[in-house]
Design a binder for this molecule. Structure first.
Ligand SMILES: Cc1cc2nc3c(=O)[nH]c(=O)nc-3n(C[C@H](O)[C@H](O)[C@H](O)COP(=O)(O)OP(=O)(O)OC[C@H]3O[C@@H](n4cnc5c(N)ncnc54)[C@H](O)[C@@H]3O)c2cc1C
Ligand code: FES
Length: 272
């Protein structure tokens, strides 16, 4: 597909995950499989509303899945679409998680809120290819326990041997052993992994990732072991408009997944 021209996608199914967050399963107007890297995103386009960047959550039974929180001008009408209605789709864009380079290491996933969306496909891959990686640690934070997307999925991962799942709710939690009251970054103190031989992948509000970086440094995890998916205001999604610039990078084209040492000088800086 020419990456400037949207493909036509038809909404085949819509699932409410939690109020305000829906997964749209899209059938593409093509017979070729949709090839993407975990962590890449598509630009979803709704005529008369506009276009937004949405992470590719998965490809299941020939349908492309995106999980979307309705927050504004484009995402609200997107999640209000009815099955059978059509939208435009450009992608896949950006760089995903470098999973092939991380074989043999313990994998630590740290996500908060909808930050789990760009990461969940990578977790599925790691779990499905269990023999290629060391321990798998999944840390997810939400405000209230009821905000957790894919609750059964987390329970399934929890039930796997050598897969540690820890959940944090900052305002209200369930009195179950894998839930904690507090911030996702506090869960790092309970995580069991080899700091000398791990890879950390994280996504969520930048303030959360900055706090996690401090905690990881205390645990003696090297900067080189850390990857993060960043979010900016995307307009073109492919390095043309400059809206998503971060220092020398365009987040849409050079990211959204970055190796932490690449972006370290630019994170948390006012005006960058
Ligand atoms: C690489 C990348 C991947 C993304 N993946 C996803 C995804 O998988 N699912 C998803 O739902 N979103 C995702 N987003 C965020 C999504 O692109 C924005 O939520 C979207 O641009 C909002 O567009 P809008 O026109 O609906 O809202 P606007 O009308 O632009 O914004 C309306 C209001 O919502 C606020 N707002 C904007 N974005 C967010 C946000 N992310 N969270 C809370 N408030 C916000 C704005 O500040 C404004 O006040 C991703 C963004 C990037 C850059
Ligand atoms: S969104 Fe246009 S350059 Fe990144």
């Amino acid at each position: 597909m020419a990456d400037g021209v949207p493909m036509v996608a038809t909404l085949a199914a819509k699932t409410m995950e939690v109020p305000g967050v829906h997964t749209l399963s899209l059938a593409l107007d093509t017979h070729s499989p949709f090839d993407f890297d975990y962590g890449q995103f598509n630009m979803l386009y709704l005529f008369g509303a506009g276009e937004v960047a949405i992470s590719i959550m998965g490809w299941h039974q020939g349908l492309l899945q995106h999980t979307i929180r309705a927050v504004g001008r484009v995402t609200r009408p997107l999640v209000a679409l009815e099955v059978g209605q059509q939208l435009g789709l450009r992608g896949p864009f950006g760089r995903g998680w470098p999973l092939a380079q991380l074989r043999g290491r313990d994998l630590v996933f740290i996500t908060a809120g909808l930050g789990c969306a760009p990461v969940v496909a990578a977790i599925h891959h790691a779990v499905a290819n269990r023999d290629q990686y060391g321990r798998i640690v999944i840390l997810q934070g939400v405000k209230h326990h009821a905000d957790l997307l894919w609750q059964t999925q987390y329970r399934r991962w929890q039930a796997l041997g050598e897969c540690q799942v820890l959940l944090a709710a900052s305002e209200e939690h369930r009195h179950r052993h894998h839930w904690r009251l507090g911030l996702v970054t506090e869960l790092l103190a309970l995580a069991e992994f080899d700091a000398d031989h791990c890879a950390v992948m994280m996504c969520g509000p930048e303030i959360m990732m900055l706090a996690a970086l401090k905690q990881l440094a205390r645990l003696k995890v090297a900067d080189e072991a850390v990857y993060m998916s960043l979010e900016r205001n995307f307009q073109c999604g492919r390095g043309l408009c400059g809206h998503c610039q971060l220092g020398p990078y365009f987040v849409c084209k050079d990211g959204p997944v970055f190796h932490y040492p690449q972006v370290k000088p630019w994170l948390g800086r006012e005006g960058v």
